[in-house]
Write a protein that binds this ligand. Sequence first.
Ligand SMILES: Cc1ncc(COP(=O)(O)O)c(C=O)c1O
Length: 450
Amino acid sequence: MSKGVSHYIEQAKVAAAKRMAHRKTVKSWKFDTIAVHGMYSLEEAINTTCGSIAEPIFTSTSQAFRDSDEMEAGLSYQIPAWAYSRIHNPTIFYLEETLALLETYGSDLDATGLCTSSGMSAIKQAIEPLVAQIGNKPVNFVTSTQVYGGTFQLFSVRMPERGVEPRWVKEPGNLDAWEEQIDENTRFLYAEMPSNPQQSCIDIEKVAELAHKHNIPLVLDTTISTPALLRPLTNGADIVVHSLTKTIGSSGSSLGGAIVARHNITAHYLDEDQKKDYALWLKLLPFRDSGPCMTPYSAYFFLTEIKTLRTKMAQYSRNMEKVVEFLNNHPKVEKVDYLGLQDHPLHGVAKKYMRLADSDENLYGHLCSFIVNGSVEDTRRFFDNLKIIARATDLGRVKSIATIPSISTHQQQGEEGREMAGIPPNMVRLCVGGEDPTDIINDLDQALKA
Ligand SMILES: Cc1ncc(COP(=O)(O)O)c(C=O)c1O
């Protein structure tokens, strides 16, 4: 005799209550403990995954159901299910939960995570429903000019192609510059913190307050700072996006992205259902229909990496401080931009927000940029002489990496776009990793002498 769909719904309610109780316990743990264990408990390991200490990689594309009732309940979203990996997968879910818990760490907020195939797909998926056409009204959004080159292209080329207008803020530190651009058709505000490569910063609380005054969400890309240094949802932002490819996956062997949205985001043009749990709604509907999901192999890689996130961010940032001190005193370096420098115009705002989790230590991350004295050719000669530091269009790696943004990450946005974003042709972006900083300093020194 059939058990009935309701049987599975009742069973799922019991499981959900148990899960929520465990989640409450996990939420009370310290940052590192959450990063290491997330929601994968010892009990789950012993009872369901042969005692595997590491989160297993669930490679199956789909789930077998006990009977047609369970299948119906699962596929109609009446019970949580792993029905099909494009939507849900246990390994990816462990990562999504860890990210949501870390992004809300130190607060009573609740959030949901959604992992994607890359950082760009996280940004695109996060904003798609926000710019959806409603009737014949024009649609715009307001964004800092100081964003990653790929994001700049998405905003400046792809969005206008479909009638969505990006409105640019050249001075994201100036609140009036944001407010001037907002009208009744503005759907969201967007910034990176800090930005790549200029390290611009915003006063999150104030910009979030401004967004909420207009009943729209604030979306922030915190790829470079990670939740170990900055958790914008706890300062009022609605949605955080990440390229996990970068700092969180610092060994550098997988592409991935993530969206973490607080529950009950502010957006006057969305339905209550959409706002209540935006990331879950995205996952179950628009995301399912587009299919930019992460692979379980990548999720396993990121889960392994995220366990030591706080320690790595502390190490890379402290190493960077030493390298910056060296560069700042070098006669062949014209200017160094690093948020940790007391005389950086945005040091104050960065100091307000960027702090190593579970400590009082202000840290400013692994990324700086600097201008080499002389011509563009001199810059390229210095760059070509680096022996340890890799020339690559990448950042946040355990191995130090340098790039010239105007010929790489920000090449496509053209001279005018680079000028708007403040990227001169002789700017070098440097990301310091886990090597001993003395060796990195020696490498920079010999290349600067060359
Ligand atoms: C700040 C930032 N956001 C997003 C991205 C895009 O990420 P992905 O390369 O994973 O698509 C990058 C890539 O460098 C980035 O630096």
